[in-house]
Ligand binder design. Structure first.
Ligand SMILES: *Cc1c(COP(=O)(O)O)cnc(C)c1O
Length: 445
């Protein structure tokens, strides 16, 4: 059966973010089941899910409470539209999200995934100004190395050339401030002055184009897809202060770091930052079903209230899907019932200890961590930080080596990403880190 499924995959599937010529040269791993922190393949082998099924899984696979919540909702109705109709789990979830959200976020606009959550944020921020009679604002200020999703609007404010450069002719222009990537900072500085200088650059753009800027947009606390670039202390707070000073909304993309990943429910809470618009997706359903939410302040919502011309003409077929909202409610219930954030912080401390060992490896140039998320950057030369050339695909070699040990991880270029679900025990985390260290040594030494 496994072979047959692998054949079907090879014959019919086009995989995301994947060079298919490489993929087709390997035997596909077919996942048929999961349990807690483990994935199970078609031959019955078990693998530690060290990447939370691409940053989405939260409380582990096949959590009885979430399974049960979805089944119970299925017995009522699977889907109904939110265009003009309300539904039970969507309303209950919106109330919960507003209660736990930072600052004055008070209205919830649902969609299906992180990219759409950001498209919604982009369009709301633009129309917020239009509805107030200001039609001159057409540019966002976002960051270099930013990743906000793969749809055209999200790519326009993105800043990862490898993913985004090809589409440049199709994109709307945006201003990009330097990414606070101290390790390879374009300004050649180290923490924390790098953060400060990056903020100064952002302010230069804001002051030169103040009547043109719609909003300041950034990932919250960590630039994930760029290789887990952790913002230096004070940077996000500084960005918020700049948005306030120039009177534009702050849009925070919490798609990856929200829902507990960094040890607080939302990553912006570390510095008490209060976004005007906040995007959530990935972990919101515990990694079960596609759902996203864009939260906005009362002030922004109010700009859309009035005559038909002020309407936000945007929506998706599966907006506020009841099954997904039921899964999200069950996910949040577990956080409360089990005090999950406390566990995340305990596990994060163990992760910090194990990352110390990684720092000492001969070909590790940088190790970055925020809570229960880390990036281990492989370099050709530890002294000069000279990177490995991309064609060596060192990241992939390490993850394929780890797979032989029963561990699933994913690289971002030469960065090995560690982002396990919160179902991990200390023993499982130790095993994950043992395998990562072994695999890095095996491939690079
Ligand atoms: C993954 C991600 C997105 C896009 O989410 P999708 O659900 O994959 O569309 C947007 N922003 C950030 C920060 C992400 O990590």
């Amino acid at each position: 059966m496994g072979n047959y499924l692998a054949e079907l995959d090879k014959k019919y599937i086009w995989h995301p973010f994947t060079q298919m010529s490489d993929y087709l040269n390997r035997e596909p791993l077919v996942i048929v089941g999961g349990e807690g922190s483990y994935l199970i393949d078609s031959d019955g082998n078990r693998y530690l899910d060290g990447v939370s099924s691409l940053w989405v899984n939260v409380h582990g696979h096949k959590r009885p409470e979430i399974d049960q919540a979805i089944r119970a909702q299925l017995d009522k109705i699977a889907h109904t539209t939110m265009l003009g109709l309300a539904n039970e789990p969507a309303s209950l979830l919106a109330e919960r999200l507003v209660k736990i959200a930072p600052g004055n976020l008070s209205k919830v606009f649902y969609s299906d995934n992180g990219s759409t959550a950001m498209e919604v944020a982009i369009k709301i921020a633009y129309q917020y100004w239009v509805n107030r009679g200001d039609t001159k604002r057409t540019r966002f200020l976002s960051l270099e190395n930013a990743y906000h999703g793969d749809t055209i609007g999200a790519v326009s404010i993105g800043g990862i050339d490898l993913f985004h450069a090809c589409y440049r002719p199709l994109l709307f222009p945006a201003y990009h401030a330097p990414s606070p990537y101290c390790y390879r900072c374009p300004l050649g500085k180290s923490h924390p002055s790098c953060g400060l200088e990056c903020l100064n650059k952002a302010e230069e753009i804001l002051s030169a184009h103040s009547s043109e800027i719609i909003a300041v947009v950034a990932e919250s606390a960590v630039q994930g897809a760029a290789g887990m670039i952790v913002m230096p202390p004070g940077y996000l707070k500084g960005l918020e202060e700049l948005a306030r000073k120039y009177g534009v909304p702050l849009i925070l993309d919490e798609v990856a770091m929200g829902v507990g990943r960094t040890g607080t429910m939302f990553a912006c809470e570390h510095e008490g930052v209060k976004p005007d618009i906040m995007a959530l997706a990935k972990g919101i359903t515990g990694g079960y079903l596609p759902l996203a939410a864009t939260l906005v302040t009362r002030e922004i919502f109010d700009a859309f209230v009035g005559d038909m011309g002020k309407t936000f003409y945007h929506g998706h077929s599966y907006t506020g899907n009841p099954l997904a909202c039921a899964a999200a409610l069950a996910t949040l219930n577990i956080f409360e019932k089990e005090n999950t954030l406390e566990k995340v912080n305990r596990l994060s401390n163990l992760l910090t200890e194990r990352l110390e060992e990684c720092k000492r490896l001969e070909h590790v140039g940088d190790v970055r961590q925020k809570g229960f998320v880390a990036g281990i950057e492989l370099v050709k030369d530890k002294e000069t930080k000279e990177p490995y050339p991309p064609e060596l695909t060192m990241g992939y070699q390490v993850i394929y080596r780890a797979r032989r040990e029963g561990v699933i991880i994913r690289p971002l270029g030469n960065v090995i990403v560690v982002i396990p679900p919160f179902s991990f025990t200390e023993e499982e985390l130790n095993r994950l880190m043992d395998v990562i260290i072994l695999s890095i040594r095996d491939v690079t030494e």
